[in-house]
Ligand binder design. Structure first.
Ligand code: TMP
Length: 236
């Protein structure tokens, strides 16, 4: 049995079969507001793993370098060992969440261009926003790494917008994490309804973790809906 190296809010990282890999296990826990709100949603791990694996396969087919090596089972993946860049990258196509609150813009308002913003990955500090000069000043990433992360994030946005559009879903915003591996920046962590805002194109129904954050109910039904739609479009 592999060793547990780290237990996060929604995933467990374990040692892999060799020095170049980790095993990630998805948990059924949901948290919001930096862990203040917590619940066990039985089956969430499986759904997020399946959704993330589909998106990762699609991104890989379109030339994005990622940590994913192999799907092991319904809740576990084998990934390349990467050194995580301690910065979260957030892309927005429409206003929602903290952006709407901060700038007084109604949720759902389309943005004239996609925006990018960064937060320091620190539960202790509540993931504060950080700008590019601060990231390089603190040595969190080099200017070259930052430029690569930005370029990849915008490309991933284009690819994901196209994928979700086929599934009749609007990609409102999402969060990405990157890591260093073999001198390159690669995409790490999950991409799922926990880390994206996904709205039904026709009705603007929320199909993501805002259902949990805001007590809208039917959290896992919505995640299942997202998975079903992605499976349909990925089959074609
Ligand atoms: P925000 O509007 O709360 O800043 O969230 C922007 C996007 O980032 C949204 O799709 C949810 C995602 N996100 C995470 O994945 N993890 C987090 O801890 C937070 C706060 C947001």
């Amino acid at each position: 049995m592999e060793d547990k190296l780290y237990e996060g809010k929604s995933k467990i990282i374990c040692s892999g079969p060799n020095d170049n890999s980790f095993i990630i296990r998805y948990k059924d826990t949901a948290t919001a507001f930096n862990g203040e709100k917590k619940a066990v949603l039985s089956g969430k791990g499986k759904l997020n793993a399946a959704i993330s694996n589909l998106i990762y396969a699609y991104l890989d087919e379109h030339g994005i370098r990622t940590h994913l090596l192999r799907v092991l089972d319904e809740t576990s993946v084998l990934v390349r060992k990467a050194e995580i860049v301690m910065v979260e990258v957030i892309i927005r196509n429409a206003a929602a969440g903290s952006f709407s609150k901060k700038y007084g813009v109604a949720e759902g308002t389309a943005l004239k261009n996609a925006t990018i913003e960064f937060s320091l990955k620190s539960d202790e500090l509540g993931d504060p926003m950080i700008n590019e000069s601060q990231i390089t000043a603190l040595g969190l990433a080099t200017p070259e790494e930052l430029s690569e992360m930005k370029q990849q994030a915008f490309r991933i946005n284009e690819l994901m917008c196209a994928l979700f559009a086929k599934a009749d879903i609007k990609l409102i915003d999402f969060k990405l994490e990157f890591g260093r591996c073999g001198g390159k920046i690669i995409l790490c962590d999950e991409i799922s309804p926990d880390s994206c805002r996904l709205w039904d194109t026709g009705t603007d129904k929320k199909l993501d973790k805002d259902r949990f954050r805001r007590d809208l109910g039917n959290v896992l039904d919505s995640y299942r809906d997202v998975l079903g739609r992605l499976e349909n479009v990925c089959k074609i």
